[in-house]
Ligand binder design. Structure first.
Ligand SMILES: Nc1ncnc2c1ncn2[C@@H]1O[C@H](COP(=O)(O)OP(=O)(O)OP(=O)(O)O)[C@@H](O)[C@H]1O
Ligand SMILES: [Mg+2]
Length: 233
């Protein structure tokens, strides 16, 4: 018997806008993600990758279809319930890092814990542990302007994993980095996947980065075109 997937999408559609300008970005996505997998999402610009990631990250809702997360029907949850699910189980990393600029690395990483109501000592311990995981413990009091692009992205990853999520969603995490820095981020994601057991879903345009994943999902025109399984080298 196979384990139930941590994520299961069935016939998921997304329509932006309404009336004559309405645009169907997703046309019926079927996708199962196994717990512990490392998945790369590829496909042409506009094929629906970010739209799907935003739905999986509970930042947006599908127009139709079902989204099961750990067996729960997310499409039936209201905004507050989705926010709770996001805070408890999901971490999100964007291409542009999205760090608060006048704030130290540690304070950036502590932010999700603040939202969760953790006390100061717990925030400090968990924040420093997350910074340690991404190799930036000694940089805790630096602001983003004092960090390189690769370091900023590692702070953003620390912020995403500080709550110990089950799933890490990363939308083009290396899109703003040179190839050497990109490989470092991929090694970090691989390490988090293997050693911390985090299920990783990452959008990338680069085959070299997708090669770090175990499964590659190819999007085309708002549909899953093909899934390559067990491709890890
Ligand atoms: N908020 C929005 N309002 C209207 N249309 C949108 C919105 N967000 C995305 N779209 C459209 O939906 C389609 C899919 O967009 P999406 O961002 O998911 O593509 P993508 O695969 O992530 O592309 P890229 O590789 O360029 O990031 C595109 O045609 C886009 O213009
Ligand atoms: Mg995108």
């Amino acid at each position: 018997m196979t384990e139930q997937p941590i994520i299961s999408l069935r016939a998921v559609t997304k329509v932006y806008g309404d009336g004559p300008t309405a645009f169907q970005a997703l046309k019926g996505i079927d996708l199962d993600i196994a717990q512990g997998d490392f998945v790369a999402v590829m496909g042409p610009s506009g094929s629906g990758k970010s739209t799907t990631m935003n739905i999986l990250g509970c930042l947006d809702v599908p127009s139709g279809g079902t989204f099961l997360f750990k067996g729960r029907h997310v499409e039936t949850l209201d905004r507050d319930q989705r926010a709770l699910l996001r805070r408890r189980y999901l971490g999100f990393v964007f291409q542009g890092f999205n760090l608060l600029s006048r704030t130290t690395a540690l304070e950036n990483v502590e932010l999700p814990l603040l939202y969760r109501g953790e006390d100061k000592a717990t925030r400090y311990d968990m924040g420093m542990a997350a910074l340690d995981k991404v190799g930036l413990k000694d940089w805790w009091d630096h602001t983003p302007a004092e960090l390189s692009g690769g370091q900023q992205q590692r702070v953003a990853i620390a912020r995403a994993i500080v709550t110990q999520p089950d799933v890490l969603l990363a939308d083009e995490p290396t899109g703003n980095l040179d190839s050497e820095r990109s490989v470092e981020i991929m090694q970090l994601l691989t390490d988090l996947n293997r050693n911390s057991g985090i299920t990783v879903l990452m959008v990338t345009h680069e085959p070299d980065m997708a090669a770090f994943a175990r499964t590659i999902v190819h999007f085309k025109d708002g549909l899953v075109e093909r899934i390559d399984q067990g491709v890890e080298g």
